[in-house]
Structure formats: structure tokens, C-alpha cells
Design a binder for this molecule. Sequence first.
Ligand code: MTE
Length: 315
Amino acid sequence: MRIRPSEITPEPVYRSRREFLAGIAGLGAAAAFAQTSSAEQVMNVMLIERLQYKHNARYSTTEAANSLADITGYNNFYEFGTGKDDPARNAGSLRPRPWSVVVDGECEDKGRYTLEDLLKPHALEERIYRLRCVEAWSMVIPWVGFPLGDLVKRLKPTSRAKYVEFTTLMDLKQMPGQRSHVLDWPYLEALRMDEAMHPLAILAVGLYGKVLPNQNGAPLRLVVPWKYGFKSIKSIVRIRFTERMPATTWALSAPSEYGFYANVNPEVDHPRWSQKRERRIGSDSFLSRQPTAKFNGYAAEVASLYSGMDLARNF
Ligand code: MTE
């Protein structure tokens, strides 16, 4: 995302945003990784708002993170085009502030929440997760976010709530890719309630210590590290609790290829390609194809959620 100096947020606006983000944003935190600043200069990306967070080592991989250039330059965000470099080029039209999220369905605390109200009670953590795309490539991304389960609890789901559905913004002006019929818009995703409550599932607001760039799903996106990347829905404007399993975008578009669960599984091939191996974006060709781990390496934490289920049928 390239910016002209005139597009940089004026300081007073920036300061009031920081006040709104009470306690979560600030200039104090040092860049988490030395490579951030050099990548930032090269990319000229707008990562000006630093976040305050604690690193969560328990839930972070020790594998080397991908560069900021890879993470912000090789994306899937069909609302901005289907090419991997389209989001970086086109997502400048997204206006991630002001932002609000509608909460409805089977819960007590329904309503429209401003982004600031939604975030205020939640302390931010850095989690370095592998992201395994269904297209058999992967990246390692230092997200900043908070457990989805903490927000779910706060919204007080009723006993009828069995699933949580998420919806991306629908706006042809901000998201020009929605003029194309490549998917049914708006983009929809959902989790079963126990998946949503799992401590590994987070809502991310940043990466590399700063607010999310537009192409990565600003200002709020889901990250579910044991599932294929398409479950990690971007730019969320609605959270709805439901009794029935919701329809989800990729399962609607090609039900024989993409299921509701979408757990990373090297034993279940995609009908058109193998899922046994993956290419780590940014690595050299000799090392670039590595075996895919079941549940993307998080089996010890999440396999029990699916005990008794046939994962070849429930793909
Ligand atoms: N969310 C929306 N709204 N639209 C999309 O096209 N693509 C998904 C997911 N979330 C997508 C989305 C896919 S296929 C992947 S692999 C990840 O976002 C990519 O996230 P990243 O670009 O931040 O790495």
C-alpha cells in the first residue's frame, strides 16, 4: 500500500484515535522486530500506529516470521482482486476508521459497537502463527490481537447459540473487487462455538506490532491457525450467533472442494491438488516445499475438538 505524504493521518486525528483506543495504542512500544523498520521504508507502507501488547510465547511458533514485504505483498483478499499483489495495490480504497461491528442473533448483548468499544476491555498479545493457505503455501505472521473467546463470553451467547458467523464489509466503492462475481458477497465465515472459544482463535488488529495494513484485513480480522487461511475472514463488520450451521463463502462457491471445517489436513487432498506439502513464501527453492502438519501443527491443542468426527467427510 503506497501512500502520499498528504494521506498520512494528521496528528490531532491520530492522537484522538489513540485516546479512543484507550490503553491499547501508543507510541511507546518498540518495534517488535528490527526488520520492520527497514521493510517499512522499502515498502513505504502505512504502519504508523504502534500497538501495546505482550508477546505470548506459549502460543507462538519459534519459526522465523516472514518479512513484512511478504506478509503485506502476497495476499488473498478477493474484494480487491484475485491476484496475490492486487490487495497491496488496491486496498487503499478501504477506510478502516471509523468502523463499527454489528452483534446480533442468539446473544444478550446485541447492538452496534464502535471498534473502540469492542476493543477497549481486551489486552493485546502478539502471537506468531503459521498461516496455511488452502492453495498449499504458508507464511509465519506475528499477529497482534486478543482471544476471540474473551469477546464471545462478553457478548453473552444464549444456550441456543451453536455457531458464530462473521461477515466482511460489503461496499462496492471501498472494495472494488465486489463488482466481480468471482464469489458471492459479502464474504461469510463461521466457527462452531467450541472452536470460537478455543484459546488459539484470535481476532487480530495488528501485525509486526502495528495496526493491520488494509490488505491484511483492517481493522479487525479473524485468525484461526489450525484451519486453512480462508476461515480467517478479514475486515469484519458483523458477528452473529446462530443455532444452525451458517453458510460460508467458499463452501457455497465449491462445496466439493471447501468444507465448513477446513482443518489443515495433509491426509485429505483437495480434489485438484495434494495437501501433503506446502511452499513457505519467501524461502529459497531448495527449502521451499515442506511437509504439512495435521491441524497446521496445533494438533495437541485442538484435535480433541473433533474426536469422533470423520475428518475426511467433515473436511
Ligand atoms: N477474507 C475476505 N474477506 N476475503 C478474502 O478473499 N481470503 C482468505 C482469508 N480471509 C479472504 C479473507 C484467504 S484464502 C487467506 S489464505 C487469508 O485471508 C490470507 O490472509 P493474509 O492475506 O493476511 O495473509
